[in-house]
Design a protein around this ligand. Structure first.
Ligand SMILES: [Zn+2]
Length: 406
C-alpha cells in the first residue's frame, strides 16, 4: 500500500538498482508553472518542472493543507500561483533551508493526496497532484525541514483504476451502416458492455460505460462522464466502413497534437464566455498565452500516455483479431480531447466487409475483440499503474520482493 511518503524518484533508483542520491553535479530543477483543474468532485494540481526531482508530500490540518516538497528546486521567474479552485482555497510557495521548494495548497477540507510524474513538453516533467476530498483528517503530520511523511493515505488499500468505456454512437445516430444493414451503434454497444464486464471482473479495475442502452450521447458529454468518474483511461469503441469492401481489421487512434492545439484554442475561446469551465483548466489567473502553453503541456503529456496505452492495445489485438495497421494512428476526434485523461478510439473492424460484418454480429467475435482490448488495457496498467491504486501497490510489492532477493 502506498502511504506516507510518496517518492517516484526512488522507484527509478530501485529500477536501476541504485540507492544513492542524485549526483551533486545535477542542476537544480525549476518550477515553471502551477495549474489547478477540477475533475468531478476532485481537484488536480499540475506542477510544471524542468526535470523530475524528488517529491514528498504530507498533509496538515487547522487549516487543512497539502504540502509538497520538491528537492533541489528553484522557483522559475514570473510563476503566478492559482488561487481558489475546487478544493484549493489558496496556494503558496516557499524555499526550505535545505534548498527544497515547498508548495502549499491550503484546502477547504481534508483530502487524500496522490502524486504522479508525467512527461511534460520539451523534456520537462509535470507532477500531477490529485486531491480527492472527503478523506478522513490527517492522523499525524510530520513537521520540520527534514520531515518526510505521514498522513492521509486512503483508509482502505489502493483504489481501483477506472476505465471509461465509450460505445460509439447510439439512439438517433446509428453510426456507419454496413453490410446486411448492420448498424455500428449496436455492435459498439455489445462490445463495450463485454469489455466493461471483463474489466469489472478484474480486481483493481473498474469500468464506467458512457452509455449502456441505445441512446444518443453527445461527444463532449461522453468526455464529461469520464471526467466525473475520475477515469484513468478513456476507450471509445467504433466500427469502420470503407467503399472497398475487401478492407478489414482494427485500427487504434489517439488525438493528434494538431487536435490538441485547436482544442486549447477552443477552450480558450469558450473561456471568454464562461466564468466556470467545467472539467477544464482554470485560466482566469493567467495571461491567455501562458494558459495556452500550460494547457498544451498537460495535453502533450496525456497524448504520450495515450500513445503508450494504444500501443499496448494494438499489440494485444494483433494475432487475436485482424489488425489493419500496427501503427497507432492520430486524428482530431472530439471525443479524445480530454486534457488529462489518456484516451483512445478503437475502430474494431470494417462493417463494410460482408464477412467481417457477419462476424461482428456474433457474440463470440464481439467477445474476442473485447477480450483483446482488455488484455491491452491490463498490460498497460500493469506497467503504468497510476499512483494510489491497487495495481501500483502490487507493482511496488513485486519490486520489493525483487529487491529483497538481491
Ligand atoms: Zn463510429
Amino acid at each position: 500500500m502506498i502511504r506516507k511518503i510518496f517518492c517516484l524518484v526512488l522507484l527509478l533508483l530501485l529500477g536501476a538498482g541504485l540507492m544513492r542520491p542524485a549526483p551533486a553535479t545535477a542542476a537544480d530543477a525549476r518550477l515553471n508553472g502551477v495549474l489547478l483543474s477540477r475533475i468531478g468532485g476532485g481537484t488536480r494540481a499540475y506542477l510544471y518542472l524542468s526535470r523530475r526531482t524528488q517529491a514528498r508530500y504530507f498533509t496538515l490540518d487547522h487549516p487543512y493543507r497539502a504540502v509538497i516538497d520538491l528537492e533541489r528546486t528553484q522557483l522559475g521567474q514570473a510563476v503566478r500561483l492559482p488561487q481558489q479552485w475546487g478544493l484549493v482555497s489558496h496556494t503558496r510557495v516557499g524555499v526550505r533551508p535545505n534548498g527544497a521548494l515547498r508548495v502549499v495548497f491550503v484546502l477547504r477540507s481534508a483530502a487524500a493526496v496522490h502524486l504522479t510524474w508525467q512527461p511534460g513538453a520539451r523534456g520537462g516533467q509535470q507532477l500531477l497532484i490529485r486531491l480527492s476530498g472527503g478523506a478522513a483528517p490527517a492522523a499525524t503530520a510530520a513537521r520540520g525541514p527534514t520531515a518526510v511523511a505521514v498522513a492521509n493515505a486512503p483508509p482502505d488499500s489502493g483504489r481501483d483504476i477506472i476505465i471509461a468505456v465509450d460505445p460509439g454512437h447510439g439512439g438517433i445516430d446509428p453510426g456507419t451502416i454496413g453490410a446486411y444493414g448492420t448498424e455500428e451503434k449496436t455492435i459498439t454497444l455489445a462490445i463495450g458492455k463485454l469489455l466493461a464486464q471483463r474489466i469489472d471482473a478484474q480486481r483493481g479495475l473498474r469500468a464506467v460505460l458512457t452509455r449502456d442502452t441505445d441512446v444518443f450521447v453527445p461527444l463532449r458529454e461522453r468526455r464529461e462522464i469520464a471526467q466525473r468518474a475520475h477515469a484513468d483511461l478513456f476507450v471509445s469503441i467504433h466500427c469502420n466502413s470503407v467503399w472497398d469492401h475487401a478492407i478489414k481489421g482494427a485500427q487504434v487512434y489517439i488525438l493528434s497534437l494538431h487536435g490538441a492545439s485547436s482544442e486549447a484554442a477552443r477552450i480558450l475561446a469558450e473561456h471568454e464566455n464562461a466564468a466556470d469551465l467545467r472539467g477544464g483548466v482554470q485560466l482566469n489567473d493567467k495571461s491567455r498565452t501562458l494558459a495556452a502553453v500550460l494547457l498544451n503541456l498537460s495535453q502533450t503529456a496525456t497524448i504520450s500516455e495515450s500513445m503508450t496505452a494504444a500501443r499496448d492495445v494494438v499489440r494485444a489485438m494483433d494475432g487475436s483479431v485482424p489488425v489493419r495497421s500496427r501503427q497507432v494512428q492520430d486524428a482530431n476526434f472530439v471525443v479524445l480531447r480530454s486534457p488529462d485523461i489518456p484516451s483512445m478510439l478503437i475502430e474494431t473492424d470494417y462493417l463494410s466487409d460482408p464477412v467481417e460484418a457477419l462476424k461482428l454480429r456474433t457474440y463470440w467475435y464481439q467477445k474476442r475483440i473485447a477480450d483483446a482490448i482488455f488484455r491491452g488495457i491490463l498490460a498497460y496498467f500493469r506497467a503504468h499503474p497510476p499512483s494510489g491504486t491497487l495495481f501500483a501497490e502490487e507493482r511496488q510489492a513485486r519490486m520489493n520482493r525483487l529487491l529483497a532477493r538481491n
